[in-house]
Write a protein that binds this ligand. Structure first.
Ligand code: C2O
Length: 580
């Protein structure tokens, strides 16, 4: 009797999980060949690093719950890593693809295999190189659709289209290291510059639509350093997800994305037969900053059966229209009843107030620096500029207790309180505040603790929207505003009910934003400005999330090839792109 019972139960236990996982999850495998390739989106040929010879790189399509395996073969002259921007990497922090944080960079002629599960999230994300600036051309879409048989929480679109916004330079990628970075020559939509440039009149992305149908646009801002508006003439868009988190439908005629952000929006082809421009345009949040001459790129929505050759043009906002950008980024709310929604955690364990902005750093001898006081630009969080480790990746140092790689004293507030958005250099102390300390410092978090961060932009050098990106988690965006954050005035306005969730948020220029997340994923996670030009500035810190109480809540050791790849190299002596 007992053994019969066991037979039945064991049978069920053994069969059910495997049959159900067969029904729902599969393994998606890709090979990424990183190699130089000659591209010519404008008039000049330019050698660029690519994945599989294409710009943008290959699209990775998975369903929620799938396992993704990507073999990266590095045939380029650069050290690279590939980061899966926005993927939680639950219990797989070794696969996050951050150079010298979770792994050594993959050297030329080396290879490395990323393997992880994509669970608990749906929508549009992207992958990109994480070694600074290589992301300009090493990027592509990562689309996570619902499990088989599960619908979207919005009307089923007739078709889907990727819209990848990119930034292009007619120069070798090495030259982008300069501080400040050189101005770009064009923006691209799906690799094409469109008809506002002489040599690309016929190289323009066209989306063919059928009148009356709905299209799901998966819009990705893959630009290295630019916030971008996106608009389609005569059409409104219905936003349904941000950063692969569903939102309440939000109808708008314009969208804005910081570098790293994504927007999923439904386009209803409800206009008369014809052609309509879809245009991306630069948004500059800082005043008095130089910006590129070419501020926009065109693509086209073409109705099937349209006969006239006229093309309607959208009216675009001013390049510095912060109000329009702010309206879009602060108006969208989370879809509480939707798949994967998580309520806002109410009890906060760690409260952090983080100042964020630019600063200065000693000009290297033999160089002419364009920054204030003849110095070069830097940046900081709580007046610390991050220094990437040079010996061991941080996570390896943490996991194997190797000392001397980082310090775990990242502070919960800046060294002093001051009038953040009215910074003046009138005292010695204020002058010294302009020169943040270079340190590799991390903040340790207990497993499952709730963290609240008030990010406060400063007016040091200039107030500017920095898009802050958190690896390993989505955060709730409880509120945002301009000026100094004032708890007595602002706490009451925070949205604890249905705030949007994201992995990247642009802090309003000269303003603040309040975020909350639950540290339920052990590992070392970067939190940084997603303008690549600001990585060498040091607008970065790292969270180290400790293990939970069980093996299932603890970070397993790295897979073997993780340690085999790249470890022995004098990685900084390679004739490659020197990081930072
Ligand atoms: Cu999309 Cu750390 O980056």
């Amino acid at each position: 009797m007992a053994s019969f019972e066991c037979f039945l139960i064991c049978f069920v236990l053994i069969l059910l999980p495997s049959s159900s996982s067969k029904a729902y999850a599969s393994v998606v495998e890709h090979t990424f060949l990183v190699q130089n390739f000659t591209a010519k989106p404008l008039c000049k040929e330019q050698v660029i690093p690519t994945v599989n010879g294409s710009l943008p790189g290959p699209t990775v399509n998975v369903r929620e719950g799938d396992t993704l395996i990507v073999h990266v073969v590095n045939n380029s002259p650069f050290n690279v890593t590939i980061h899966w921007h926005g993927v939680f990497q639950l219990m797989s922090a070794w696969m996050d693809g951050t150079d010298m944080i979770t792994q050594y960079p993959i050297r030329p002629e080396d290879r490395f295999t990323y393997k992880f599960n994509v669970t608990g999230q749906e929508g549009t994300l992207h992958w990109h190189a994480h070694v600074v600036n290589l992301r300009a051309t090493l990027h592509g879409a990562l689309v996570i659709r619902p499990r088989a048989g599960r619908p979207y929480p919005f009307p089923e679109p007739y078709e889907e289209a990727l819209i990848i916004l990119e930034q292009w330079w007619n120069t070798d990628i090495e030259n982008l290291q300069l501080r400040p970075a050189p101005l770009s020559d064009a923006y691209l939509i799906n690799g094409l510059a469109g008809d506002s440039f002489d040599c690309s009149r016929n190289k323009m992305f066209k989306l063919e639509v059928v009148q009356g149908k709905r299209y799901l646009l998966r819009i990705i801002n893959a630009a290295l350093n630019s916030h971008l508006f996106f608009k389609i003439a005569n059409h409104s868009l219905r936003v349904v997800a941000l950063d692969a988190v569903y939102t309440n439908p939000y109808v708008t005629d314009i969208v804005v994305l910081t570098p790293g952000q994504t927007v999923d929006a439904l386009l209803h082809a409800d206009q008369t037969l014809g052609s309509y421009y879809m245009t991306t345009q630069l948004y500059v949040s800082a005043t008095g900053q130089p910006f590129p001459d070419k501020t926009l790129a065109n693509a086209l929505v073409v109705y099937q059966g349209a006969t006239s050759s006229s093309r309607a043009m959208p009216s675009l906002p001013d390049v510095t229209d912060t109000q329009t950008a702010y309206r879009f980024s602060s108006s969208i709310t989370g879809l509480v009843s939707g798949p994967h929604w998580r309520p806002v955690p109410r009890n906060v364990d760690e409260r952090m107030f983080m100042t964020m902005g630019l600063g200065l750093e000693q000009c290297p001898p033999s160089m002419q620096c364009p920054g204030l006081y003849g110095q070069q630009f830097a940046g900081s969080l709580n007046n610390r500029s991050f220094e990437n480790p040079k010996t061991f990746p941080m996570q390896e140092a943490y996991f194997y207790n190797i000392s001397g790689v980082y310090s775990d004293d990242f502070p919960n507030q800046p060294p002093i309180k001051f009038d953040y958005t009215n910074f003046n250099v009138s005292t010695d102390y204020e002058y010294r505040m302009l020169f943040p300390e270079r340190l590799t410092s991390a903040k340790i978090l207990k497993f499952n603790s709730t963290v609240e961060i008030v990010l406060q932009n400063t007016a040091m050098i200039t107030a500017e929207s920095h898009p802050m990106h958190l690896h390993g988690f989505n955060f709730h965006v409880l509120g945002q505003g301009f000026g100094n954050y004032e708890p007595s005035r602002d706490v009451g306005k925070l949205n604890l009910v249905n705030p949007q969730m994201r992995n990247t948020i642009g802090v309003p220029p000269g303003g603040w934003v309040v975020l909350r997340f639950v540290a339920n994923n052990p590992g070392v996670w970067m939190f940084h400005c997603h303008m690549d030009a600001h990585l060498p500035y040091g607008i970065i810190m790292a969270f180290i999330v400790q293990n939970g109480p069980h093996p299932a809540t603890s970070l397993p050791p790295p897979p073997l090839d993780h340690l085999e790849c790249c470890r022995d190299a004098e990685i900084y002596n390679h004739p490659t792109y020197d990081q930072y």
